[in-house]
Design a protein around this ligand. Structure first.
Ligand code: PMP
Length: 411
């Protein structure tokens, strides 16, 4: 009798079918051929010298993307959530206090992750579509004296670009690390992680190139994902730790709860420490690293300033087009609108689910509804990286116009 009682599944005998879609939701974005082809190169070993060279290129690319000189800069094997956990698991010990700014789902998630490591989690909440003032943040910092403050720079659930000016300095005044989620913002809007990054930008100002508003952030831990502005497939997540953050992590009295995300192992595997040899930690997803490297090369080819500028101009063109269709933007203050992910007030009298389904069926185009606190309130459109263009804006506007004409509208 055969020991195999579960037969080979019939479904696997059919060829896999993957449709072409316009990925204009809040992520993932479309992946250009150049990046897809990089990911199709042959697998080599995760400890081969050639992969170490690719990893070193990725580190330089992330330092450019984040505008930082931090040596503890690398990519986590996993998605944006993995990077969020890597940041919190390493910097926080059980019983310590963490302060979280909640103005959408990402603050809620960070608070949840903090609770899982046994931290005392305090929150400051802004209504969906709004953000916190520096005075509110300072009040909470002085009251709770946290070791870490979390903020989402681009709140993709509400479409808010949170102002960052001065928050890093406030955190340092209260001896607290500043952790920023830039999954939905970095590359599409100005952000300099640290002072060195600022200096680089100042030199381009001196050369009189015009730039959007510069943000020097004084951030201690910054992370993002590969699948948004970078246009790589999901599965790798750039992250960087300042010297202050590393000092806190490496003077812990307890081990981080995750072996997989332990910074001392990861920084050795990525060649960020002073140890002479790299030690096997996990089998890195080598083909995902090829794609990530290529996506950073694409960004370096265009240049950060051009990318920031393009996203801003395309977003303004999009926002004007939405208003001319009679639609309303969910974020009232122009300067707080994310140029990457736009939130539109869910059109009155319509079922938002019917609109997104209609656009998917008729135009093979993904836009999405709200998430977390914005469910039912908004439609979300993401135009990130190569997707941020006037041609794509026109396509989305035509699809929305068509949906408003054909979807059911209550009287
Ligand atoms: N933070 C923000 C701002 C995001 O937009 C997302 C993804 N939508 C995440 C974190 C989580 O990333 P992932 O889905 O890659 O885990």
């Amino acid at each position: 009798m055969s020991p195999v009682s579960v037969p080979p599944p019939q479904c696997l005998k059919k060829r896999m079918v993957v449709p072409h879609r316009y990925m204009f939701g809040p992520g993932p974005s479309n992946v250009p051929r150049r990046i897809l082809e990089a990911g199709a190169k042959p697998v080599i070993g995760h400890m081969h010298p050639e992969i170490f060279e690719i990893m070193s290129d990725i580190k330089s690319g992330i330092q450019y993307l984040f505008q930082t000189q931090n040596r503890t800069t690398f990519a986590v094997s996993g998605t944006g959530h993995t990077a969020m956990e890597c940041a919190i698991f390493n910097t926080v010990e059980s019983g310590e206090t963490v302060l979280v700014a909640v103005n959408g789902i990402w603050g809620e998630r960070a608070a949840d992750v903090g609770e899982r490591v046994g931290a005392k989690v305090k929150t400051i909440v802004a209504p969906p579509g709004g953000y916190l003032t520096n005075a509110e943040i300072e009040k909470a910092l002085s009251e709770h004296r946290p070791v870490l403050f979390f903020l989402a720079h681009g709140e993709s659930s509400t479409g808010v670009l949170h102002p960052l000016d001065g928050i890093g300095d406030l955190c340092h005044k209260y001896n607290c690390l500043f952790l920023v989620d830039s999954v939905a913002s970095i590359g599409g809007t100005p952000l300099c992680m640290d002072q060195q990054g600022l200096e680089l930008i100042m030199s381009s100002i001196k050369s009189k190139r015009s730039l959007p508003m510069i943000v020097y952030a004084g951030i201690d831990i910054l992370y993002t994902g590969s699948q948004k502005v970078l246009n790589a497939p999901p599965g790798t997540a750039p992250i960087s730790f300042s010297e202050r953050a590393c000092q806190k992590v490496f003077s812990r009295t307890t081990k981080p709860v995750s072996f997989f995300l332990d910074l001392s192992w990861l920084s050795n595997y990525w060649g960020c420490d002073d140890k002479p040899a790299r030690i096997y930690h996990h089998t890195a997803p080598v083909t995902a690293l090829y794609s990530l490297r290529e996506s950073l090369a694409v960004l370096a080819d265009e240049g950060l300033e051009k990318s920031w500028d393009r996203h801003q101009k395309v977003a303004e063109y999009f926002h004007a087009g939405l208003e001319s269709l009679g639609l309303k933007l969910f974020v009232k203050e122009k300067h707080a609108r994310l140029p990457t992910v736009t939130t539109i007030v869910a059109p009155h009298g319509y079922d938002w689910k019917e609109i997104t389904a209609y656009i998917m069926k008729t135009h093979s185009l993904e836009i999405s509804g709200g998430l977390g606190p914005s469910v039912g309130l908004v439609l979300r459109v993401g135009l990130m990286g190569c997707n941020s263009s006037r041609v794509n804006v026109d396509m989305v506007l035509a699809a929305l116009k068509d949906a408003l004409k054909h979807c059911h509208r209550s009287k």
